[in-house]
Ligand binder design. Structure first.
Ligand code: C5P
Length: 396
């Protein structure tokens, strides 16, 4: 996917530098040419020999290296790539970039370049949260620098929180998005996915069997065509794809709020299996068995997210709903398309015998104003690719 693309990878001095070895492998496997540059501190964490061996080319390290400068001057090096990636971007490197320092090869390249720059910050959680780092981050964003991560989780220093460098797969997905253009480049597309959880009390909830697989596959397929994907997901069984903006929610009402906050978008696809009802009298304490008998749950109706967005003042150009039915699939779905005010309905039979709900395949009918198309039974990833292609045609 990155054949012929040239990436200059500036490796900063942090423990996450080891992940760059994998990133280089993944970039090369995708067809990119990687020119590695290391700061002095980076070589304390990984050896230039390992980096050079994986990149299949020499590592540039020193600004005042007569041999390097004669072969390829630093100005040329800074421009001879399609994208500069800084990973890990340490607090110090971010500060230097924000201030415009140019006191070593890495910072000089970053000052001299006329190419886009992507940084993957990685540092201790307190350093990340420090006002100075947040100030520098805001400056770098204002300067048009793209940021990926950091992730939250256990850190090498033993603490927990934001500061872990994004994983190589996620960095690769972001690089791919920067360097490739597809039919959906520049388009913002929202996908809802997964089930919702509606609380009964602090430990119990009402859920459904949706795995989130179809919505996730769709988000991935749209991303692969170049779309900017906003992925609003309930508690799904499958992880969200890399390279999309993820908003995690639990309840239908949270899903509606996250969806409305994402507007305006060019298209919105509602693949989530949203609970129709929530427990109105949900309990703030865990319910106990009592002598008063079995508790009665009182339900109230959840907002219909699809119908709300289809009638919204900022309605997307293309609104697509799903219809999971267990009988008279097409007729029910046609009625649903009219009732909800959406453009297309992707209808499928989820009766137990089909094994579709929670399974890996799907057999859908695409229902639009033009009529009904019956698609063959396909892996969910293929259904997603086909649908993404149709969306690209509709938005072209
Ligand atoms: O009415 P039904 O649940 O069958 O409709 C399915 C479609 O409507 C799906 O696209 C689903 O994501 C969406 N939906 C919604 N909000 C709800 C219920 C369903 O967005 N509360």
């Amino acid at each position: 996917m990155l054949a012929g693309k040239r990436v200059t990878l500036i490796i900063g001095g942090g423990i996450a530098a080891y992940k760059c070895l994998d990133l280089i492998r993944q970039l090369r496997r995708a067809g990119a040419m990687v020119t590695p540059v290391m700061t002095r501190a980076a070589s304390e964490f990984v050896t230039p020999l390992s980096v050079a061996a994986l990149a299949g080319m020499q590592v540039y390290q020193h600004l005042f290296d007569l041999k390097d400068e004669a072969e390829m001057g630093h100005i040329q090096l800074s421009r001879l790539s399609d994208l500069l990636v800084v990973a890990p971007a340490t607090a110090d490197l971010m500060a230097k970039m924000a201030q415009g320092h140019a006191d070593d090869l890495a910072t000089t390249l970053l000052m001299a370049t006329d190419k886009p720059v992507l940084i993957a910050p990685a540092m201790n959680v307190r350093m990340w949260e420090h006002p100075a780092t947040q100030r520098n981050l805001a400056q770098l964003q204002a300067d048009g620098i793209a940021i990926i991560g950091p992730d939250s989780g256990d850190m090498a220093c033993g603490e927990y929180g934001p500061g872990r460098m994004a994983e190589p797969e996620a960095i690769l997905a972001t690089i791919t998005k920067h360097l490739t253009s597809g039919p959906l480049s520049g388009k913002r597309i929202l996908v809802t996915s997964g089930p919702t959880h509606e609380p009964i009390d602090p430990v119990r909830y009402i859920a459904n069997r949706s795995s989130g697989a179809q919505g996730t596959a769709l988000a991935r397929a749209l991303r692969d065509l170049g779309a900017d994907v906003i992925f609003v997901t309930g508690p799904a069984n499958v992880p969200p794809p890399d390279g999309v903006t993820v908003h995690r929610v639990e309840t239908a009402r949270e899903m509606l709020a996250a969806t409305e906050a994402a507007l305006p978008v060019d298209a919105a696809i509602f693949a989530a299996a949203v609970a129709d009802w929530r427990v109105e009298n949900n309990f703030t304490q865990k319910m106990k068995k009592t002598t008063q008998g079995i508790p009665a749950l009182k339900f109230s109706e959840n907002p219909d997210i699809l119908a709300t967005i289809a009638a919204h003042p900022r309605r997307p150009r293309l609104v697509i709903g799903f219809a999971a039915e267990t009988e008279t699939v097409v007729a029910h779905a046609q009625a649903k398309r009219a009732r909800k005010g959406c453009d297309w309905i992707v209808a499928n039979d989820v009766s137990a015998a089909t094994g579709i709900m929670g399974g890996t395949e799907n057999a859908v009918h695409l229902i639009s104003e033009e009529g009904v198309e019956d698609w063959p039974r396909l892996p969910k990833a293929d259904v997603a690719r086909r649908l993404a292609q149709r969306i690209a045609e509709a938005l072209a």
